[in-house]
Write a protein that binds this ligand. Sequence first.
Ligand SMILES: N[C@@H](CCC(=O)N[C@@H](CSS)C(=O)NCC(=O)O)C(=O)O
Length: 274
Amino acid sequence: MIAANFKSQLFRQYRNRGNLFGGFSKVTVMNNCRLAQDTFVLRQLFDQESWTYTYLLADYVAKEAIIIDPVIEQVNRDHSILKRLGLNLLYCANTHVHADHVTGTGELKKLIPSCESIISLCSGAQADIYVKSGDEIQFGRYSVEVRQTPGHTNGCITFVCHDEAIAFTGDCLLIGGCGRTDFQEGDPETLYSSIHEQIFSLPDYYKVYPAHDYTGQTVSTIGEEKTYNPRLSKSLDEFIELMNNLNLAYPKKIDVNLPINLKCGIQEELKNND
Ligand SMILES: N[C@@H](CCC(=O)N[C@@H](CSS)C(=O)NCC(=O)O)C(=O)O
């Protein structure tokens, strides 16, 4: 789709000649207050109800942004941040069809009609753009690479921003944990190979940003998860045994959320079809 490999490589070479941190900085003067803004913007935003992290990524100079895994109850918050920073939201990307909350994608598209929804080709959900491994999603001079990482659901994807050495792992890899495999198309063996082959193959210093954390943590690294993740540092057989015996309660609102998320949060269409 948005084939930007070449452009992204060019930009990496270009920006490596920038400041100490590998990027260019811009200083904006607002109300006599000088705001130093690095070119790259990353905001980790939390929803207290579902314990979900939403990520806003942007090129502050180009003013182009993407949002990963927005939550419907937090759409006004996300919209305000975009407005405050003067960012143009190009894409709302979901790492998978969520079971525990309704995606904010549909509501954000109402507020910003030019914004396009993105989801995996294998998700079974409706969206403007379908992605698969190797696709790149470009915003300004940055991009994220799509890696298919099934196992929690068939359509799970991880977004890797090589420019900043960060990975957004959705519900596939959590900090010290991983997504459950007991519903939707969950499968422990598939999840184990997705994480080992598609995520743990990244350099150890890459940061890991998950879609949830239930313990108050915000970020990890590939090296840390490879070494200390109590589930993923086990053998495949031990992992399968563990995952098949988690005995977690089903997400409380799964039956309401799934049909809405299969339409990327477009609720009007659902009502019309009822
Ligand atoms: N209590 C929540 C659901 C919590 C849950 O099941 N989380 C999922 C990701 S959202 S489907 C998960 O994979 N957890 C892994 C784990 O080990 O906890 C609710 O009722 O919504």
